[in-house]
Design a protein around this ligand. Structure first.
Ligand code: C5P
Length: 213
């Protein structure tokens, strides 16, 4: 039965952007609606999994049966992911900010010169999880690319230690849209999936995860 295929499995999903504060009123962020990650969390829950969704700030509604943990920054997301372990699988869909800002305590004021933002690198949550002693059996990453999609995503799978990478070409209208065109990159090769609604991508990926676990 499809609705029981993931019974007794705990699956961790990250979704949405992170917000990296500049000062109390400003932040830098990645473009992410959270739609694809939320659809994946929903599809996994529909198959009976216990789902922990660690989410950056988005407008999307929490899917039924999903435990949602809200975070703002990449560091908070990394902590929430570590706290949510152990898990049988992890699907890292969040668009994590690569850098955080040296945050000002007070609102920056306009003046004669523009402020310079001091950036430091954020932890790579996916790479840390893949190298962790509590590594889930199946670690799935996403790769949003605007050019040479397969090549970049294949390199990313190896560099980050993920089992699978879902590569998507975001050069078109994917951001915030209802449809997605993805390629599933596994150790066995590359599958090109037809363009389909994000919730269909989610169900197809959830079924693949169920078979792999
Ligand atoms: O390197 P890039 O950001 O393109 O990698 C994307 C994949 O890595 C996604 O699965 C994303 O959720 C994850 N990631 C992460 N922590 C970061 C950066 C990316 O988990 N700091």
């Amino acid at each position: 039965r499809v609705d029981q295929m993931l019974a007794n499995r705990h699956i961790l999903v990250t979704a949405g952007p992170t917000h990296e504060p500049i000062d109390p009123v400003r932040y830098i962020a990645n473009r992410s609606s959270g739609k694809q990650g939320y659809a994946i969390a929903a599809a996994l829950a529909e198959m009976g999994a216990k789902v922990t969704l660690v989410s950056g700030p988005v407008l999307a509604q929490t899917p039924p049966g999903v435990t949602r943990i809200d975070v703002e920054t990449a560091q908070e997301m990394a902590n929430a992911v570590a706290t949510a372990l152990p898990a049988d699988a992890a699907v890292m869909v969040a668009a994590v900010g690569d850098w955080r800002v040296e945050t000002a305590d007070q609102k920056l004021k306009k003046g004669d010169t523009s402020p310079t933002l001091q950036l430091s690198e954020n932890p790579d949550i996916l790479a840390l999880l893949a190298a962790s002693p509590h590594r889930p059996k199946l670690v799935v990453g996403f790769a949003a690319e605007t050019e040479r999609v397969i090549e970049h995503a294949t390199a990313k799978r190896l560099r980050k230690g993920a089992d699978w990478i879902v590569a998507n070409d975001v050069s078109g209208d994917v951001m915030g849209g209802a449809d997605n065109t993805v390629h599933l990159i596994t150790p066995d090769g590359i599958e090109d999936w037809a363009r389909m609604p994000k919730d269909q991508v989610a169900r197809k990926l959830a079924e693949r995860i169920a078979h792999a676990l």
